[in-house]
Write a protein that binds this ligand. Structure first.
Ligand SMILES: Nc1ncnc2c1ncn2[C@@H]1O[C@H](COP(=O)(O)OP(=O)(O)OP(=O)(O)O)[C@@H](O)[C@H]1O
Length: 379
C-alpha cells in the first residue's frame, strides 16, 4: 500500500501542512529539531492510533493549541483508504476511516499498515526483555488487532490480580476470589503465548534467510520464544503449566504483591551460531540481527495482509555501515518508505531524484528541485 497525501493541523510544531507524497521514496532532510520525525510520527499514528514516541497525547497537540488533526489518503491493492484522527485536550481521541467514525482503537489497526525503524530498534537485541516483549507485542498487534485487544485484557487482569495479592498479604480471607482471576489470567495469557510462539516461528525462518544474506552465509541466526513457563508447545500444556506455576510461586507472589510468572515476563532469545548474542554478541552482530528481524517483519506483514506495509526509517541510515545500508535499500524497492536525515550524504546508497526529497525547516516542508539536491549534497 502507499499514501498519497498527508494533512496536519496543529500537530507538534506544525500549524498546517499539506503534503503530496511519493509512492516509493520520501526523504525528509533538515537540521535537528525542525519537524522531520514529527511527520513520521503523524503517519505512524494513522496506522496504530498511537505515537511511537510518547503515550501522552497532550505532547502531540501543538503547544499553544488544544486540538490537533491528522489526515492521510492512500491506496491499497483493491481500495482507497482515508484515515482522520482528531486529538483534543482532555477528550477521547476521534478516529474516522473512509468517513466512518470508529469507537475503538483496535478497529483502526487493519487500515494503514506501518512499520517504524529507529536507532532504538537497532538496540533491540542489546536491550532488556521489556524492549523485546514490546517488539513482539507491537508487531503482532499491527497484524492481528485481536491480539492487541487480548493483550489489553490480560494487562488489566494482571493489575487486578496483583492488587488482590496485596490484599491477601494482609488478610487471607481474600484468597477465595483468587481462582477466578487465575482462570482469566491463564486463558488470556495462553492466547498471547500461542500468538507469540507462532509469530516467532515465522519470524525465525524469514530473519534467518535475510541474516544469511547480510553476513554472506557466514552466520546463522536463530530466534526463540523464551517463556518462564516450562512447557509452551500446545494450548492444553501451556494452560496446564501456567496454572501449575502460578500455584507453585503463590507464596512468593503474595509476599511481593506481584505475579512473577506469565507472558508479561517472557523474552525473545537471539542466537548467532548458537551463541546468545543478547549477552555475548558484538555490537555489529547485535545490529545485523536487529536489521534482519526488522526486515523479516516487513515480509511477515506482507504475508499476513497481502501487501507491503509503509516503512518509516527515523534517522536510521546514518547508524548503518555502507554494506548494511545497501542491503536495506535493496530490500525497500517495492515499499513506500519515509526517511528522515540531517545529511543527504548518509543516503548515498539510494538513487534519489528531486521528487523524492522534502526539505524541512522550522515546521515548513518544501519539495526541492535538482539544483537544491546538488546544493544539499555538497554541504
Ligand atoms: N507539542 C508541540 N508543540 C509545538 N512544538 C513541538 C511540540 N512537540 C515538539 N515540538 C517541536 O518539534 C521540534 C522537533 O521536531 P522533530 O522531533 O520532528 O525534529 P527532527 O527534525 O526530527 O529533529 P532530529 O533530527 O533532531 O531528530 C522541536 O522544535 C520541538 O520543540
Amino acid at each position: 500500500m502507499y499514501l498519497r497525501k498527508l494533512k496536519l493541523i496543529n500537530f507538534r510544531n506544525y500549524h498546517q501542512l499539506d503534503l503530496k507524497l511519493h509512492p516509493k521514496m520520501n526523504v525528509f532532510i533538515g537540521d535537528n529539531a525542525q519537524g522531520k520525525t514529527n511527520i513520521l510520527e503523524a503517519i505512524y499514528m494513522t496506522g496504530t492510533g498511537k505515537s511511537f514516541r510518547t503515550s501522552k497525547e497532550r505532547e502531540i497537540i501543538k503547544m499553544d493549541k488544544d486540538k490537533s488533526y491528522i489526515h492521510v489518503e492512500g491506496e491499497k491493492k483493491y481500495t482507497s483508504v482515508s484515515v482522520e484522527i482528531k486529538l483534543e485536550e482532555n477528550k477521547k481521541k476521534q478516529m474516522k476511516v473512509n468517513g466512518v467514525t470508529l469507537t475503538k482503537n483496535v478497529d483502526l489497526l487493519s487500515n494503514v499498515h506501518v512499520i517504524v525503524f529507529s536507532p532504538e530498534d537497532l538496540k533491540l537485541v542489546k536491550e532488556g526483555p521489556v524492549e523485546r516483549r514490546k517488539f513482539m507485542d507491537i508487531e503482532i498487534s499491527n497484524m492481528k488487532p485481536r491480539y492487541y485487544h487480548q493483550l489489553g485484557q490480560y494487562n488489566r487482569v494482571l493489575i487486578q490480580r496483583n492488587n488482590l495479592l496485596k490484599k491477601i498479604h494482609h488478610d487471607r480471607k481474600y484468597m477465595a476470589t483468587l481462582d477466578i482471576w487465575d482462570e482469566k489470567l491463564v486463558e488470556l495469557g495462553t492466547s498471547i503465548m500461542k500468538e507469540r510462539i507462532k509469530f516467532i516461528l515465522r519470524l525465525n525462518t524469514l530473519s534467518r534467510l535475510l541474516h544469511r544474506k547480510i553476513t554472506d552465509n557466514k552466520e546463522n541466526l536463530e530466534i526463540k520464544y523464551m517463556s518462564n513457563i516450562k512447557e509452551v508447545h500446545d494450548e492444553e500444556r501451556i494452560q496446564h503449566y501456567f496454572h501449575r506455576d502460578l500455584k507453585k510461586v503463590l507464596d512468593i507472589d503474595i509476599q511481593r504483591g506481584t505475579t512473577t510468572v506469565g507472558p508479561h515476563r517472557d523474552d525473545l532469545g537471539v542466537y548467532v551460531n548458537g551463541i546468545d548474542i543478547r549477552i555475548f554478541g558484538s555490537q555489529g552482530q547485535q545490529r545485523t540481527s536487529a536489521l534482519a528481524l526488522k526486515l523479516a517483519e516487513i515480509e511477515l506483514m506482507k504475508a499476513e495482509t497481502g501487501e507491503y506495509p509503509i516503512l518509516l526509517l527515523d534517522d536510521v541510515m546514518s547508524e548503518l555501515d555502507v554494506k548494511r545500508q545497501a542491503f536495506l535499500v535493496k530490500s525497500l524497492r517495492d515499499i513506500q518508505t519515509f526517511i528522515t536525515t540531517t545529511d543527504l550524504n548518509a543516503l548515498s546508497t539510494l538513487n534519489l531524484e528531486a521528487k523524492n526529497i522534502y526539505y524541512v525547516e522550522k515546521a515548513t516542508v518544501r519539495q526541492n528541485d535538482e539544483k537544491d539536491i546538488n546544493e544539499l549534497k555538497s554541504k
